[in-house]
Design a protein around this ligand. Structure first.
Ligand code: FES
Length: 158
């Protein structure tokens, strides 16, 4: 396992210092680390486990259980495509297939240019405007394949 570099170690230590006193501190710490770094560095799991008096296996278990947590650094942006029912009913699978083809990436992987990590989502709370995608924190509704091309173009060089 690779070593943690200083900025990563610092981000983890900051999250631990500010949140470890909370009941059920593991999830808030993991959220804070991912918000700062974009993922949970595998080399940081031991540090988090030690701070909370948990085993590495327990921390790994929680990270693996919640698909939201990433094990690898994402691309510059994260494109989430909703795969839940309302979006599927509005031909979301066409948007989904188009996203994979345009990015040359499957779920959980990053486009070769490093611009977008593709992730599946299971309802983004925008069912009335299905199919829905989200880029970083911005939501888009009624995303046909054509509309997806516009969305990707909007973000590609940001
Ligand atoms: S089902 Fe896709 S946003 Fe709710």
């Amino acid at each position: 396992m690779s070593e943690l570099d200083d900025p990563h170690a610092q981000a983890i230590d900051t999250a631990i210092a500010s949140l470890s006193g909370l009941p059920g501190a593991l999830l808030p710490i993991l959220h804070a680390v991912q918000a700062k770094l974009g993922y949970i560095p595998p080399a940081g799991v031991g540090r988090i486990a030690d701070a909370l008096n948990l085993s590495r296996a327990e921390v790994h278990g929680v990270i693996s259980f919640y698909h939201y947590f990433r094990h690898k650094a994402p691309g510059k942006h994260v494109l989430q495509v909703c795969r839940a029912e309302a979006c599927q009913a509005m031909q979301g699978e066409k948007t989904e297939a188009h996203a994979k083809q345009r990015l040359s990436a499957d779920y959980g992987s990053t486009s070769p240019d490093g611009q977008f990590t593709l992730e599946a989502a299971y309802c983004l709370g925008n069912c009335a405007a299905a199919p829905t995608v989200m880029v970083d924190e911005k939501l888009y509704g009624r995303v046909t394949p054509e509309r997806l091309d516009e969305v990707l173009a909007e973000w590609r060089h940001r």
